[in-house]
Design a binder for this molecule. Structure first.
Ligand code: ZN
Ligand code: ZN
Length: 260
């Protein structure tokens, strides 16, 4: 399984980091975790596209994690994609209301030429194509989920935006890669978010092999986030950049994705 960071940034526009989006690809399956503004363009830069996108999993409904849904629905109506397989969209309760309201605002987001299937997820495990996905409630908004995604050969976990909560340990337990909120440096924690030291604590307790810090607000600039995390975590630490590509389940050595 390959993991590509499509957006390592936040709601604050900066030149080199798009808001949250991640792409997971196995031989058979192509999935987005979050779909913040710009995610679809970054996905195109990886050489993948929306034609063979199987599913989108949303961690929560802040716009830096889902605003490209509207762009996705509109693009998929193009005759270019007619007859493509159904698209499955997963998220916490509230998903159907969100999609209904998007269609109220923009009637031309109604699916045409493809089937859109909405799934409001309770906590727990389910199969999505060849992935075993576990949704775990996370402290951020009232309806935030983290995702643990496993194949036969590797496991990745995504905190989404997260404040301190014990569920993060369960989410990341024994994973090859734990992608974790790191909104601000140690000493400058924001409500609803983590710092490198806190993310490192959870990764250490969970026994995650590689910690990928992400979702960097501009407040992180100029701080040695890696050193802050390394004081409390003994595995490999990766600072996410847009288009960073990692193998899940093998040595997680970053390569720029093709097309960068
Ligand atoms: Zn966010
Ligand atoms: Zn958020």
């Amino acid at each position: 399984m390959k993991l590509t960071v499509l957006g390592s940034g936040t709601a604050i526009p900066v030149p080199d980091r798009f808001p949250a989006g991640y792409h997971l690809a196995t031989g058979d399956t192509s999935v987005l975790v979050d779909c913040g503004p710009g995610t679809l363009r970054r996905l195109a830069q990886t050489g993948h596209g929306i034609r063979d996108l199987d599913a989108v999993l949303l961690t929560h409904y802040h716009t830096d994690h889902c605003a490209d849904l509207a762009a996705l629905f509109f693009a998929l109506r193009s005759p270019t994609f007619a007859g493509r397989p159904p698209l499955d969209l997963y998220g916490a309760p509230g998903l159907e209301r969100l999609v209904a309201r998007l269609r109220d605002a923009w009637p031309w987001l109604e699916p045409r030429g493809y089937e859109l299937r909405l799934h409001e997820l309770p906590p727990g495990e389910r199969e999505i194509h060849d992935l075993r996905v576990t949704a775990v409630p996370i402290r951020h908004t009232a309806q935030s989920l983290g995702y643990r995604i496993a194949t036969a050969t590797g496991t990745a976990a995504f905190s989404g935006d997260a404040d301190e909560c014990e569920e993060l340990v369960e989410l990341a337990r024994g994973t090859d890669i734990f992608v974790c909120d790191c909104a601000a440096p140690d000493g400058a924690k924001m409500d609803g978010h983590l710092t490198p030291g806190l993310a490192a604590d959870y990764a250490e307790r969970a026994g995650a092999r590689t910690l990928v810090l992400t979702h960097f607000y501009p407040e992180c600039d100029g701080h040695d986030l890696r050193a802050m995390a390394a004081r409390r975590y003994h595995g490999e630490i990766v600072l996410a950049t847009d288009l960073l590509c990692l193998d899940v389940g093998q040595a997680a050595t970053g390569d720029p994705a093709p097309g960068r």
